[in-house]
Design a protein around this ligand. Sequence first.
Ligand code: ATP
Length: 502
Amino acid sequence: MLEWVEKYRPKTLKEVAGHNEIKEKLKKWIEDHIKGKNPKPIILVGNPGCGKTTLAHALANDYGFDVIELNASDKRNRAAIRHIVGTAASSKSLTGKNILIILDEVDGISGTEDSGGVSEILKVIKEAKNPIILTANDIYKPTLKPLRDVCEVINVPNVHTNTILAVLKRIAEKEGLDVDEKTLKIIAKHSGGDLRAAINDLEALALGGEISPEIASKLPDRDTERTIFDAMRIIFKTTHYDIATLALMNCNEDLQTVEEWLAENIPNEYKKLEDIERAYDYLSKADIFLGRVYKRQYFGLWKFASALMTAGVALAKDEKYRGFTKYSYPSVLNLLTKTKAKREVLKKILKKIGEKTHASSKRAREDLELLKAIIENNIEMGADLVRYFGITKEELENIVDKKLVSEIFKIIEKKKKEEQKEKKEKKIKEKIVEEKEKKEKIEEKVEEKIIQKEKEETKEIKVEETKEQKEEVKEEKKSKKTKKSEKKEEKAKQLTLDAFFK
Ligand SMILES: Nc1ncnc2c1ncn2[C@@H]1O[C@H](COP(=O)(O)OP(=O)(O)OP(=O)(O)O)[C@@H](O)[C@H]1O
């Protein structure tokens, strides 16, 4: 049974959804070839599943070309490519048709381990009389610059959501699926412009037997889980070392998670016992390296773990298994996800205890056991400790019986209220003392002022007194003076009288 992406792969350019401008460019390019103008080879660059290979095949079909499609990043293919290019000097196939060479995944030529890869492809391009289309997800690696220089780069954008929706509708109709537009829209949006992913999702949901908006919205997330799905697809479907090792390039998951995914899905993909055995053998070897990376911090071993996991599992099969495989979420991770919330809470509690007791989380774990025992035997003390550590009710419910928790928090509330009351009373008492002190101070000040005033008054009286005394002395002096002068005058008068009578 063909998987849907193959079953519904467009045969002609007309059937290819979207990409109208690119279709015109390709048509002109192949017509130039037919006219013998020998234009530059084309590199179609775009994200996975946007239709690069489909465009190339449809073009060949429309113009009656036979196709030779080879994976450029596979070293073993290079000899075949050279041979084909060499023998196809007449640029015609056995059937007498023109040949279009499609070199897939040129960005899979790895720079260091396959340094001659790019120059070999360049040689092929130079010698070939046939039109060549190369495809790549990313052509902007520095090692691929020589290829960019001799080819025409055409960027193929992601497929528009509406276009994807139209394709999904057509497939659903042909497959007689009972699915509404809302669900198809969710799948289309979710694919992020990757039509292959959208078709695969629709097929996976159809296989599951139920296609509803609820289920469609549970599809793995494009940017996170999706990348791990892509990685699984690449590792399980390829038989090439380089491609397999690149499978984790855009994958954000750590190697331990990838290992779980592979362990879960090996028997989903591989059917021959020998393949399964070999795959698990490589995976277990990868696990040994990975263990040493983490335990001994030998980060140099990481690449061996990664290579054994990706290329090891990929090359464990004798040949590719065709058809669609539904990769499942690892059951162990499923279990961990289910208990994740609980584990997170436990971590928080241990952190809180550790902060107060200045202990590691390992030691805090022992303290937590102690706390549980205290709660069961002396709930008052347990409540005090729970409060001291700052453990919330919701957190405590994860580790202690709910009944006990509500009792503990009743005690805590009661204590809190009592403390608040005490605090209030203390505040009132303090206020009273404060007021009293204030009053006393005011009284002291008033007294001081009265004394001051009295002092000032006595001073004034004294001043008055001295003034009066001065006046009196003056008066006395004055009267003495007048008396003296009167006496003088009298004396003078007497003298004149005496003189007169003499
Ligand atoms: N524009 C399109 N119109 C119709 N179907 C498409 C289109 N693009 C992709 N598809 C579907 O998606 C499948 C994958 O497309 P194709 O192999 O061309 O992608 P690609 O861009 O070459 O991806 P990759 O980079 O992974 O090789 C096709 O088999 C086809 O069913």
